[in-house]
Design a protein around this ligand. Sequence first.
Ligand code: ZN
Length: 623
Amino acid sequence: MFLRSLAALAFVCGASAQTPARLRVDATDVTRRVIHVRMTIPANAGAMTLLYPEWIPGEHMPSGPISNLVGLEIRGAGRVIPWRRDDVNMYAFHIEVPSGLSSLDVAFDFIPAPETGAFSSGGSTTSKLAVLNWNQLLLYPQGATADTFPVEASLRVPNGWRYGTALPIQRESGNEIEFQPAPLTTIVDSPISMGAYYRTIDLGSEGGAPHFLNLAADSERALDPPAEVITHYKQLVREANALFGARHYRDYHFLFTLSDHITHFGLEHHESSDDRLGERAFVDPEPLRAAAYLLPHEFVHSWNGKYRRPAGLMPNGKDGGYELPMKGELLWVYEGLTNYLGEILAPRSGLWTPEDYRESLAATAAEMDTTFGRAWRPLEDTAVAAQILYDVGADYENYRRSVDYYPEGTLIWLEIDAMLREQSRGARSLDDFCRLFHGGVSGAPAVKPYTFDDVVTALNTVQPYDWAGHLRKRVQATSEHAPLGGIERSGWKLVYTNVRSDLWKAVEEEHKRVDLTYSIGLKVNSEDGTIIDVRYGGVAQKAGISPATKLIAVNTRAFSPTVLRETVAKTAEGGQSIELLIKTGDYYETHRVEYQGGERYPHLVRAEGTPDLLTQIIAPKAK
Ligand SMILES: [Zn+2]
């Protein structure tokens, strides 16, 4: 185990003889979806290979958008140097540097994706805002070590736009920003949000480190949430710092971007997070309720994912750049524990009510407990295969399994939290594990890699138990049912009723779907009737309905969410059958669904006579 401090490395860069690469990004044409890049890269005579970042930290896959790099031109002393792309590695450009040259001038344009696409390679710009990720806007020499390769970056933003970033600034002049020299790792780890409508909100300091909410939106109105929402985010900063007891950033920026025309997701960084939701997500209560866990999740990653990182997920940095494959086997810690902690920080901060939290947990438990694919695929395989699972469609997800290490991680870590509380008779909890594993000494970004054994050792330090055997069973063995022990040990049980909770309604609205997974086994797009998924082995699937088809009519009446939901509800009264008219390609077919159970939605209810640990877990902890 070793500890690397990036701030210390930055100092070494500044003091070392290594000539920095110059990176000048001109984003003044970003609303026309072109970003201009000019680089000066130190070089020596002879064969040289320039690489475009491929394996993007936090995305756990080779998602660098190489096909959007255009107009590449490489020059030395004013003369064009021919390049040739590698025949196998699409991210590598080979050149022959003429003798006498000590640097190359590299120019290219980057085409930001339109509204489609996944994660940071997806839609990132509108007429009024943009999010820039530096990994899309640079090349680096093969052989460079990202933690020590120095880069001096500058950026031109559109006139009148404001911006936010964790990358320390050297000076500003007009619409041009010059950043302090920093290692390539820090540059790539520090995205920038910018926009015509922009607002920066101070969320307070913890241990001398300031925290900011940097809002960019497609309208002025979207930047003005109710006052209590800001109070909850300030509380989030206090609660996360109380949970971990130390911090590993100089300052922290939530780059929260609000638009209906960009890709929605969150991506973690050491000193910031790139959080993107719909335009009204910050001002309307229901979209905020549906996604309340997002900023807590990404904030937790500064500790769990960035500071503490599975050894297999950090091939880049110490020994190279972004060309080395990542191994995802411990993502049930990296993402699974983050999922659990992000979700409990939402009620601790007031972003969710205790009931919202319980409804979210019930939905997670039901989804994992009814996943048909559990029979063939152990959880660990969803982590090992992360790089091929993020981009697959929702069709038969229930059989394939998706990136289940997020939701099942919530169940696994809740169970551990409850076991620690039980076994220590209330003296210790997972909060103690967090302080031990993720706390330590506060300071600038650092990375402390870990293995499975390190996790087990830390758990044993908090409370001795066969944690290795327990965790292996949870992640490596297949099992028909989800691990619901955490819910039961914390005093609650999973039940199904015909009532949709407020959270369930908000999530359905947010994702534009009617979710009848636990009744007739269908998930339908509420706007156009597309059948998003069919529960494998459920009644709709047994009736011959498959995913990626279209629901046209319910008992001869045109599909609408209300018609479908009311028809399912009526089956509880007995007698009424359901006939669904389905369009598959050019053909129509009617399927008779045999079902009498009415609507069914998951909830948690108290297990009477048992201690209510769950309410203790989600209670505020900050003083
Ligand atoms: Zn995450």
